[in-house]
Design a protein. Sequence first.
Length: 405
Amino acid sequence: MKKLWIPFKKVWRFVVLLFLIVLTFSYAMFQGGFVSWFLFYSFLPFALYCMALSFYSLNELEITRQLPKTDYNAGEPLKVIVNVKRNSRFPIFYFLIEDQLDEVLMHTRQTKKAKALVIPGFKKEFFYEYVIDELPRGEHIFHSFLVRTGDILGLIEKEKPHKNESKIIVYPAYTELLYRPFETHFDQGMTASRERVQRDTSMAIGVRDYQPGDRFSWINWKASAKRNEIMTKEFEQRQSHDVFVVMDCVPDKNFEVLVSFTASLLRSVLKKGAQIGLLTFSRERALFPIKGGENQLQELFFHLARIEAKSPTSFDKVLETEGMFVQQTVSFLLVTSKLTKPLIEKAGFLGHRKGKITLFLIKGEKEAPTQEERSMIALANARNVRVLMIHEGEFASAFSEVQVP
């Protein structure tokens, strides 16, 4: 109904304009005198401009958006420059231009607004800029521009959207962590190594396909020549330092903190030289097999940039339904912001079969644990589940309890 009213509204305003011109002219003709003709000639330039503006097309505008880059980290500022070009020098009193942001960016604090009033006059080219102070994590789309213009008296108004889509990806913020792998010697306590994860390169037990991150010295040239593909030697590992992270995606106020910690954890493990995998269950299940290298880090960060707290299943149910936990012989790290008895019981069950399970409980800045959570932590210790409480802004202390011999 609103769209049907728009063309009728334009015609009606044009009719009103013609009526005002005729009315002032008739008044001057019948009344005579200096005042009446002064009124007519004073109104005539505005009326003629309004008539010319009614035939002016906003299609001649060419609007582009300049983004410094397409990849950002959460919390970074974004400065956007909007360029507008015209084919003619038709005088324009004003342009009201609004960059149509997605809903998340629209509610983000802006030093300079995405909606700007520009007075171009006779200029054929001009620009304006706006700044988003802190980018939120996610994949964000800039849809189009909405342009409005009109005359001084408000008799003629024109509006037109200009499609121009851009996309940016904002990765989760991360903190530099010193990852120290947990050992599973329950009698002697936790130990860890500061050394980079190594393989025993004194004895090769086979060959495999080349993977990003493999050393040049590991390449088996004879096998590569036979298969016409780069093959690397497979060595016996001194000790498995592979890590598998399971992240809780149930809606929670601390979800962004949880994602940020998970990103920091993944990055620190890969920088240590270990391999890592990830499982999330949001709108759908996403499983990333255990790998190492820069490509794995980029793939995991891209996933975390788009993840949402939309899991319909509680964290303990996710652990219960995933049969892959029984098969994996790696270190399991669970990341959640809610500690429940079913979760502790399920983690304890896995711990009996796989060794001690580490669970990171993510809390907001200066958020104290509840009495129920304290009792859950005591229960977890009894069930052979290691619970580490991590507060926002204190990620660097995540492995501080791990003692180095």
